[in-house]
Design a protein around this ligand. Sequence first.
Ligand SMILES: Cc1cc2nc3c(=O)[nH]c(=O)nc-3n(C[C@H](O)[C@H](O)[C@H](O)COP(=O)(O)OP(=O)(O)OC[C@H]3O[C@@H](n4cnc5c(N)ncnc54)[C@H](O)[C@@H]3O)c2cc1C
Length: 399
Amino acid sequence: MNPRTNPVVIAGAGPAGLFAAVLLVRAGHRVLVLEKNDGLAMDMRASTFHPATLDLLDPLGLADPLVFRGSITQGWQYMIHGTKQHAVFDLECIRDSTGFPFRLQCEQFHFSNIVVEYLVGSPLFEIRFTHEISEAEDRKGDVLIKALRPGGEYEIRASWLIAADGANSTIRRLLGLAFEGRPLPMASVSLVLDHPFQHDIPGIIGVNYVWTDSGYYSLKQIRNLWRFSYAPRPDQSAEQALSDEVIESHLQSIFPSEEPYRVLQRNYYNLEQRCLESFRYGHVLFIGDAAHLDSPAGGFGMNAGIHDAQCLVEHLVPVLNGKDDRLLDRYSRRRRTVVTEDIQRLAARNDRWRCETDPGQRDVIWKGLQDIVSDPGKTKEYLLNSSMIRSRQREREIG
Ligand SMILES: Cc1cc2nc3c(=O)[nH]c(=O)nc-3n(C[C@H](O)[C@H](O)[C@H](O)COP(=O)(O)OP(=O)(O)OC[C@H]3O[C@@H](n4cnc5c(N)ncnc54)[C@H](O)[C@@H]3O)c2cc1C
């Protein structure tokens, strides 16, 4: 097939790539999205949309349909399972900084679906499913891309390639880029349950991060379902950890019940924290999990990918309209700085807190949390960080 020139090709139809597509189309630029799977991912991953993200989605009319499909939780809490002590954070206190003073719990596939519904029909938008990028070469002026589709391989030339192809990014690998960082010590199991935990556990609210005697769990409500996540035993394989027997025994050990639990979905994740040295390599621009991987503690990963897309398009549109492409180096500086210094720092801290089992250390963490929730100024600052409002503010201050 003859090479064709496209202004922007996006690799991957995840939340980051699709949000970049919306913003580019809105700015009047043609976009081609290549997605290796035969449809949008429907798996169970992100569920938390933070206020800073909803603020970004709102002007495009994307926040309301998402809120409609999910569950609002105005407060979230740390809790001790045995004593039922709480440290509750009420997002009402950041109302003057956001139009959405709550956390929205909604599966990320709803976001992807809403975005595609929004884009379909636009003459500027094309999405090709079952088209997998197999080669990408930055040719100092454009990018030569090869894609595999059923029936063969073809070439495209794009002015810019946005690599939004996720944690195992093919493009990162094709460019031979190091993805510095580390695996996190604990894996994570996530279950979806239809058990009415709200009737069983006194004081439970929409989002709960809970210490048990020897570990932790999180319990988050999405409509009438609950997502229950915890660290599996390190000596268990993924297969063992996800077996009916092990899951049932773990649930019974925390929430004894005469009835067996009905598990609607189950997943096992290895967790990593990594970041590229730069988010720009010539005409290849990285966003989302392809650029950085963060612990899910705090629910930052997908939100950060959406923020990357916003920041990238803010810089790419002037370049597409004729400005010097060095502007894109600022995109990389801005996002890489806040990812490593704010988002990964907070995610790693949350991860440390939840994994802590030493009673003395837990006591120190708990006293620190009580100190924050009992002081309105500290609570507000804490919530501006955890809601990702501060990282978006800081991004704009980086020259
Ligand atoms: C258990 C768990 C819970 C999480 N909870 C949260 C949360 O509450 N909040 C939050 O913000 N984040 C959360 N995250 C993280 C979030 O799921 C990811 O950060 C998010 O999916 C990243 O989006 P993305 O668009 O960058 O990549 P992805 O969603 O991975 O999308 C990448 C796309 O690229 C496609 N692709 C890959 N290779 C190619 C190729 N060669 N050619 C074409 N297409 C390709 C893939 O098929 C995929 O569709 C969680 C993650 C886990 C594991």
